[in-house]
Design a protein around this ligand. Structure first.
Ligand code: 13P
Length: 256
């Protein structure tokens, strides 16, 4: 049984004061949730303050990105050692980083290895564009992203990875994938490839979140799918009632 995991990706939103307010409100609203893992991923500038608010609570903290070297002349970057001081999770290879900041399957692989080396739990994002989806290339493309991300990663490390399947055309658009389609993509492009790279047990151990316009009203439809283990939530994670609603609706749908 994979433990459900719902995380909020706050992207480039919230000053430190705003981030603290949201974290304080989430801490109260979600205090009684014990049947799933929860995390929020603030901007780098708010990581320290939010990690203080959420210390010793049931809500983990994640960074949105990091570089793969431990230190050095890399202006503007934060290293895994720095992320680890403030966070337990790190998002790697979000489609916005691939689209706007030149990240590739190769850099994702380097960052994934760095996260695992430093005992950060990686949330690796994969997903196809609208054009790829319409051309019927989803399974081949996402499968190749998985092979690229996991290149050279040993089985015991692979089992620590969390994946987020986020079809790019569903991010921030209000347009979600059909739950059945997302479920089939996860099975065919992710679990089957992981089974090929490792084995069935590893493929079934790794948790896969769905991401893309998740809100309280659609969370249940996704979480009941056999291959979907939670969500990576963007816009709806910025409001306490929406994120709390997503978590509560997921718990109700799973009867946990
Ligand atoms: P939205 O929930 O705003 O569509 O964003 C999804 C996402 O990119 C989470 O990483």
């Amino acid at each position: 049984m994979r433990r459900p995991f719902i995380a909020g990706n706050w992207k480039m939103h919230k000053t430190v004061a705003e981030a603290v307010d949201l974290a304080v409100a989430l801490k109260a609203a979600l205090a009684d949730v014990s049947t799933m893992d929860l995390a929020v991923c603030p901007t780098a500038t708010a990581l320290e303050a939010v990690s203080h608010v959420l210390a010793r609570t049931n809500i983990g903290v994640g960074a949105q990105n990091m570089y793969w070297e431990d230190s050095g002349a890399y202006t503007g970057e934060i290293s895994p050692l720095m992320a680890k001081e403030l966070a337990a999770y790190v998002i790697i290879g979000h489609s916005e980083r691939r689209q706007y900041f030149g990240e590739t399957d190769t850099t994702v692989n380097l960052k994934l290895k760095a996260a695992l080396r430093h005992n950060l739990t990686p949330i690796v994002c994969i997903g196809e564009s609208l054009a790829q989806n319409e051309a019927g290339e989803t399974v081949a493309f996402v499968g190749a992203q998985i092979r690229g991300a996991f290149a050279g990663i040993a089985q015991d490390d692979a089992q620590k990875v969390v994946l987020a399947y986020e079809p790019i055309w569903a991010i921030g658009t209000g347009r979600t994938a059909m739950p059945e389609d997302a479920d089939r993509t996860i099975r065919e492009a992710i679990r089957n490839v992981l089974c090929d790279l490792y084995d069935q047990a590893t493929a079934e151990t790794i948790r896969v979140q769905y991401g893309g316009s998740v809100k309280p009203s659609n969370m249940a439809d996704f979480i009941v799918m056999p291959e979907i283990d939670g969500a990576l939530v963007g816009g709806a994670s910025l409001k306490v009632e929406d994120f709390a609603g997503i978590v509560k609706n997921a718990a109700a749908a799973l009867k946990v």
